[in-house]
Ligand binder design. Structure first.
Ligand SMILES: Nc1ncnc2c1ncn2[C@@H]1O[C@H](COP(=O)(O)OP(=O)(O)OP(=O)(O)O)[C@@H](O)[C@H]1O
Ligand SMILES: [Mg+2]
Length: 251
């Protein structure tokens, strides 16, 4: 499975989902590669010290001065490996203007590594630009996190339109594995209404597992740990563990 985690809306739980789902897969014994494709490097910072990152995905996809395997680093979690990002990734779009294979860079660089991993997860930036398109072209599956908030569904049309464009030519096999409701507060009727709305639009594509609002999930990256070791008894840990089961079922 090559799973892109994307939504051009900012702050909806892409990174939180990427780092914890990747850890859950790794804890189940699956060799997992997490690719940080966001110049903000939040996934990278959740597991590594920036001081240890000299080369990043940018160096791999911009001009190929190194291969993806050269930048991958092991994480605290056994079986989990990370291809780090740096702020320089923000320059990629400008760098690749006019390059015929601009949309295929990540897919091509990833190919030689596929035999070494059971799963690859890609944390996308909050935009529908070249980086996210590279992820969608490389991926077999797409997971869309949607924040349980009043404007939850705004922008999903544009995302789905981009997915259709990618499917039309570059990657016909790309599947929407599911829509994940995040930061849900089940005590409020607004949250229940929003969940009903999302179910209305995406039906069976919505994961049964809903991720609740949880301070523990916010805290764990600061300690460079996944939720499973940082707060193993928390709701966040059990919810991301259940999400992992559902993802494996659906893949
Ligand atoms: N279930 C949750 N409960 C509480 N806080 C959460 C939860 N999920 C994510 N957050 C917090 O919300 C903020 C945004 O989450 P996150 O970074 O995962 O979103 P993102 O979609 O990756 O953002 P960006 O678009 O900037 O990359 C972070 O501070 C994160 O810790
Ligand atoms: Mg993020």
């Amino acid at each position: 499975m090559i799973l892109a985690i994307a939504n051009q809306k900012g702050g909806v739980g892409k990174t939180t989902t990427a780092i914890n789902l990747a850890a859950a897969l790794a804890l189940r014994g699956r060799r997992t590669l997490l690719i940080d494709l966001d110049p903000q490097a939040n996934s990278t910072l959740s597991y590594l010290d920036m001081g240890r990152v000299t080369r990043s995905v940018y160096d791999v996809v911009s001009d190929g001065i190194c291969g993806l395997a050269d930048i991958v680093q092991p994480c605290v979690v056994t079986n989990l490996f990370l291809a780090p990002a740096r702020i320089g990734l923000a320059k990629l779009e400008a760098k690749l203007v006019g390059e015929i294979d601009a949309h295929f860079r990540l897919k091509d660089r990833l190919q030689p590594l596929l035999p070494s991993y059971d799963d690859v997860l890609i944390d996308c930036p909050p935009a529908l630009g070249l980086l996210t398109v590279n992820a969608l072209v490389a991926a077999t599956h797409l997971l869309i996190p949607i924040q349980s908030s009043y404007f939850a569904l705004e922008g999903t049309d544009d995302l789905l339109e981009t997915v259709e464009k990618v499917r039309a030519r570059a990657n016909p096999g790309l599947q929407l594995i599911g829509v994940l409701i995040t930061m849900h507060d089940r005590r409020t009727s607004l949250a229940r209404d929003i969940r009903a709305q999302i179910l209305n639009v995406f039906g069976a594509k919505v994961f049964r597992t809903v991720i609740s609002k949880s301070v523990r999930l916010e805290e764990s990256p600061a300690y460079k740990e996944p939720i499973f070791s940082f707060a193993p008894e928390s709701t966040g840990a059990s919810e991301y563990y259940r999400l992992c089961e559902e993802v494996i079922e659906r893949a």
